[in-house]
Write a new protein. Structure first.
Ligand code: GSH
Length: 236
């Protein structure tokens, strides 16, 4: 099956989908859209993803948008290894953890929201920084409680789940924005356990040729790995 993931190297929502695909061992092509240059609003891309946001996944059945919906589609299409637990309650908890980040943290710190704070409300860099830190810390405080109640090696028990697919990129984002993560002991522990896994490490490195050419890419620093050889990631 040929899949093309439309994303951007700094997009945490795209990073979630790369992690999901990698954990399932699914190969895919990538197309990059430079969000800083407004490429997400290009008419050709809007025809695929009417919201003008990345990621979008082109599948033989048609384009898919919204990273959580894409992750659920991947889970249904390739059930193994399972990224949702067996029990009905556990599945709802994992979805709640993923939703907490995807619905209640990430949108507040998204590019268009930060741009609106600067452009429409004249927010200073310090104010924008305080805004970002506030919403990440707020959401992570609740998530820390959930992980201390349900977590094990990973966010839910000892099995990787959709919650980890969403948590790892959000921790990357928090680090990038310099948010103090010291209070979130369980959250940091499970994120660290997930980040070292090869499919997840590769998700932070699976950049297009153009993206790899960007000097000092934080994704590379984040992974703590120097990309010395090009990775291959072609759809099958
Ligand atoms: N809820 C969406 C969020 C997608 C999203 O906000 N993507 C960001 C990048 S992480 C984006 O495309 N931003 C472009 C913009 O703000 O103009 C999802 O989970 O897919």
């Amino acid at each position: 099956m040929t899949l093309t993931l439309h994303g951007y190297w700094r997009s945490t929502a795209s990073y979630r989908v790369r992690i999901g695909l990698n954990l399932k061992g699914v190969t895919y092509d990538q197309a990059t859209h430079d969000l800083r240059a407004g490429a997400q609003r290009d008419p050709a891309y809007l025809a695929l993803a009417p919201q003008g946001l990345v990621p979008a996944l082109q599948s033989p059945d048609g384009p898919l948008t919204q990273s959580l919906a894409i992750l659920e589609w991947i889970e249904e299409r390739w059930p193994q290894p399972a990224l949702l637990p067996q029990g009905v309650h556990g599945r709802a908890v994992v979805r709640a953890m993923a939703g907490l980040i995807a619905a209640d943290i990430h949108p507040l710190n998204n590019l268009r929201v930060l741009q609106a704070l600067r452009d429409q409300f004249s927010a200073t860099p310090d104010q924008v920084q305080a805004w970002i830190a506030r919403w990440i810390a707020d959401g992570f405080s609740a998530l820390e409680c959930m992980i201390s109640a349900y977590g094990g090696k990973f966010a839910f028990g000892d099995q990787l789940s959709l919650a980890d697919c969403v948590l790892v990129p959000q921790v990357y984002s928090a680090e990038r924005f310099g948010v103090d993560l010291r209070p979130f002991i369980h959250l940091r522990s499970v994120a660290a356990a997930a980040m070292v896994l090869v499919p997840i490490r590769h998700a932070s490195l699976m950049l297009t040729r153009h993206e790899r050419s960007i000097a000092g890419c934080p994704s590379l620093r984040h992974a703590g790995v120097l990309l010395t050889q090009p990775l291959t990631f072609h759809g099958s």
